[in-house]
Write a protein that binds this ligand. Structure first.
Ligand code: SF4
Length: 348
């Protein structure tokens, strides 16, 4: 635990030597490597699993080379637009006051007819970016959650109201805006709290922000490895990770995850989509959950989900021909294939 905390307080300034960018499907074409890790102490941070026991903060000084490489990728894909994700291995805002890397990157993409940039943050220190020449080419996304979830599990990140206020400032600066609501939990007050989240967003955001607004949502899930890491770093954690109450599914990378039951997920997604429809009817929902469904299970999954019009159970076999509906552009929902079943899942 001490090593983990110490790493989160240590900044490594380095040169990014690896030339090629990692791919970042399906949300972007490539990861843009600006920095790694972040000083936040969120219990469910996926970086705790991917960056190991000592997740030092790293920033890369050879930004010109990195952006030139981004230019090469854009040239290769021309005349298609190429999208780069700047937060695949970090939250880039906390070190921005030291490096100015985001500012430079945003201005670079502002001049690129065939390049788009996107990143996400839980932090509210956005002032230095408000005057950047973004030209609408950077999507500025905020990661939000219910106030009690933030209080309990996001130990070094700002509270919801400060993130919402920062999002309003970003919207005033005319950036395309987006929100990731994740991980969504199912607990006694979940409806009330997530409803409050959408109401406060609706109150704070200017009308202009609604024209180009995206949402991404992910329900809580965990792997055995993540659970082991989390309990090692946060021995007193109250994060709900009960294997018995969850459905086990195999992910696209071959390892298993524990997810909420299909009925709980359906309830949560229906509620969240209703909230978005009510407060932000013009918003685009970009929501990707990938789970493999065998063809024989796909038919019954489709029957199960027919009652929830927002869901689109698809299989790897029919993914290409799948046509999302008007309310859910790019919305791909692939239902879980339960290995262990509970009452509801037996339906599938
Ligand atoms: S703010 Fe994001 S990157 Fe930082 S610890 Fe929390 S989840 Fe991880």
């Amino acid at each position: 635990m001490e090593a983990y905390r110490e790493a989160k307080r240590t900044l490594v300034v380095g040169v990014r030597k690896k030339v090629n960018f990692a791919s970042c499907k399906p949300s972007a074409h490539y990861q843009l490597p600006l920095n790694t890790s972040c000083p936040g102490m969120c219990e469910y941070c996926y970086l705790a699993t991917t960056l190991g026991k000592r997740p030092y903060l790293r920033v890369y000084v050879n930004i010109e080379e990195i952006l030139a490489k981004a230019g090469d990728y854009m040239t290769q894909r021309a005349p298609e637009i190429t999208v780069f994700e700047g937060a695949a291995t970090s939250d880039p805002i906390p070190t921005e006051y030291l490096t100015g890397l985001l500012y430079k990157t945003i201005e670079f993409f502002g001049d690129q007819p065939l390049g788009r940039f996107r990143f996400v943050t839980k932090f509210n220190d956005v002032n230095s970016l408000l005057t950047a020449h973004h030209n609408g080419h950077t999507r500025f996304r905020f990661s939000l959650n219910a106030p009690s979830v933030i209080r309990m599990y996001e130990h070094a990140a700002p509270p919801l109201d400060e993130r919402v206020a920062a999002a309003a400032m970003v919207a005033q600066a005319d950036y395309p805006l987006g929100f990731i609501i994740a991980p969504i939990f199912h607990y006694p007050d979940w409806r009330q709290e997530y409803k409050g989240l959408f109401s406060s967003l609706a109150k704070a955001l200017p009308e202009t922000a609604r024209r180009d607004l995206t949402f991404e949502m992910i329900t809580h899930r965990f792997t055995k490895r993540a659970k082991t890491n989390i309990t090692a770093i946060f021995p007193q954690t109250t994060l709900p990770m009960p294997e018995d109450d969850r459905t086990f599914k195999f992910g696209q990378f071959g390892y298993g995850k524990y997810v909420y039951s299909l009925s709980a997920m359906a309830e949560m997604k229906t509620f969240m989509m209703e909230q978005i429809g009510q407060h932000f009817p013009e918003a685009k929902v970009e929501y990707f959950v990938y789970v493999y469904l065998s063809p024989q299970n796909a038919a019954s999954a489709r029957r199960f989900f027919r009652q929830y019009s927002i869901f689109h159970p698809i299989t790897s076999a029919n993914a290409r021909s799948h046509k999302p509906d008007r309310h859910a552009k790019n919305f791909i929902w692939v239902a879980a294939l339960p290995k262990q079943t509970n009452k509801q899942d037996q339906y599938i």
